[in-house]
Design a protein around this ligand. Sequence first.
Ligand SMILES: Nc1ncnc2c1ncn2[C@@H]1O[C@H](CCC(=O)c2cccc(C(=O)O)c2)[C@@H](O)[C@H]1O
Ligand SMILES: [Zn+2]
Length: 353
Amino acid sequence: MTERLVDPAVPRDLHAFIAGLPKAELHVHHVGSASPRIVSELAARHPDSKVPTDPEALVDYFQFTDFAHFIDVYLSVVDLIRTPEDVRLLTYEVARDMARQQVRYAELTITPYSSTRRGIDEGAFMDAIEDARKAAEAEFGTVLRWCFDIPGEAGLEAAEETTRLATDDRVRPEGLVSFGLGGPEIGVGRPQFKPYFDRAIAAGLHSVPHAGETTGPQTVWDALTELRAERIGHGTSSAQDPKLLAHLAERRIPLEVCPTSNIATRAVRTLDEHPIKEFTRAGVLVTVNSDDPPMFGTDLNNEYAVAARLLDLDERGLADLAKNAVEASFLDVPGKARIRDEIDTYTAAWLAS
Ligand SMILES: Nc1ncnc2c1ncn2[C@@H]1O[C@H](CCC(=O)c2cccc(C(=O)O)c2)[C@@H](O)[C@H]1O
Ligand SMILES: [Zn+2]
């Protein structure tokens, strides 16, 4: 798997630099990060599932003809997660995979509605993710925080349930920092979710909806004006609207860019056509993320290598990219300073060697 991820266009020593570079990840999904080993283990527990039990067969299963197909496959993996133990195992293993890539901090997007709707008790669900979060920090030194997102296509009933789980002090987990909106965008207008985002923001959560992934720049404008987005998930179509690009740059509103995701879901045709270059030229604060790494045959290190190739970055450029994610994160000030210093120390030592 790792060998397939080594982008031949990027010098091997830059891959080595990336592998050791301390990083933060802001746009990565809980279920979407389940490794082939975990997915095949869960599939073996549930023979009624259409998900292959063989990790190699999963590589073919994770090939998508379009975004709708991706969502279907994604939900077939969601169906495998049926007990709090499944949730705990998945979360802990995701943190282990992140630690292996020197991820010091990650905001993991979780869709609690999809699990409680499938019968997992909400209190047991929150305990499972919190236990894994505390274990990951103690054992790997990786700090996890949660983003709860509404699966928009599931409508306002899902929005209400997600908002309740995110704002009711009797159930919301300690690690929760942000509130999002995921799933298909086509036919799922952002303005209808304004009341729910207003409640989440009033409860102290940061707004980070997906927008402009499979629809045009108006969706990004709506996310900014109606949902008061502090960051935008993907924002790919922003490149079609120079005023929007200027607005994002001027207000320093970060984009959570996931290059390989956009190719795998057919949102963008080829990496060379990806708008990440336009974003950078316009002065937009770009962060690089993996979204659903095993499903897209990638990992965060590979996304940094892709960015290095598309943006022609050297070690200092890659270190700046990592620091963008730290700056755009909702980690506290001392935590940000700690990771920023680690990045600078690592980079200086690398360049001096
Ligand atoms: N790149 C992505 N872009 C957008 N979303 C992404 C991406 N990657 C992962 N997701 C996740 O996909 C899910 C979609 C779930 C969904 O649409 C749905 C529809 C109807 C019913 C139900 C249900 O559970 O009853 C769920 C979301 O949880 C979202 O967090
Ligand atoms: Zn996403």
